[in-house]
Design a protein around this ligand. Sequence first.
Ligand code: C2E
Ligand code: MG
Ligand code: MG
Ligand code: MG
Length: 280
Amino acid sequence: SAKAKGKNQVVFCNEEVKAQTTRRLRLTNGLYRALDRNELFVMYQPQMCTETQKVCGFEALVRWNNPEYGLVQPLFFIPLAEQTGLIRPIGMFVFEQACRQLIAFQQTCQERLTMSVNRSVVQLKDARIVENMKKILKKTGVDVHALQIEITESATFLDEPILLERIFELKQLGLSLAVDDFGTGHSSFSRLKTYPIDQLKIDIEFVQGITTGSDKDKALIKSIIQTAKNLGMEVLAEGVETEEQLQFLSLHGCDKVQGFYFSKPLKVEEIIANNQQIAF
Ligand code: C2E
Ligand code: MG
Ligand code: MG
Ligand code: MG
């Protein structure tokens, strides 16, 4: 433990904290220029229809290629973007890329493909988000009904009337709504019922529970699928990594699956180059 190692450990911790702070500052500064320097890009993870085992759509996942630190993951830089307000231009960049890419995928791969884009609660509080997204829809001419917005299930998500309002505005544009990471937050189905939810994304933790958990974990996942479907929602399980997980989900009526078992998030070039090998 830190105490047992004595004084040196304390010094080490301070150095570590200092290094982390420096890294954060440098990355925050770098983020201001990242868009202009074309350092941000979007990867696409296929979503499969459980029944046909074919790709039915993609989830857009942003990446940052930082010249100093290499590939930076969204879980690290999205919060920085939110604190600095950069989330607005970054969010619009991702949305526009995703719209344009969907059109391209529909033309080269399969015309009925869908595209799902993540939006954080912070982004949804921005009064201009609907207007800005509308502009992009118009500019790109994308089929809005093939687009979906994913919002991570969290306590705040449900408690703020402004979010409900915003979500209805987005729905009015024709977009679908998915609740991401379901099961990790605090919401129950009875609280979710106010929202016009099209798809429930079961969190990876539950999916891993199929292989590592108890019978109770399995019972839980079964009832989540059943309840969601009874409420008229489509169900997608994320983080599917094994055949066993796929079989279980398939047996219990999960509509769609996404995860490393099928594919990691891919670069556009990888999808286009292999589009003959991918089952659409
Ligand atoms: P998410 O939306 O829940 O995305 C799923 C994450 O799980 C992705 O991580 C994906 O690469 C990873 N994943 C997919 N299949 C598997 C699997 O089989 N096993 C494991 N272990 N992981 C899997 P990623 O790309 O690092 O994204 C992390 C989170 O960052 C996302 O979680 C989302 O909340 C956020 N994010 C990503 N792109 C955006 C964006 O454009 N805007 C916003 N606001 N958030 C974003
Ligand atoms: Mg997501
Ligand atoms: Mg998430
Ligand atoms: Mg998720």
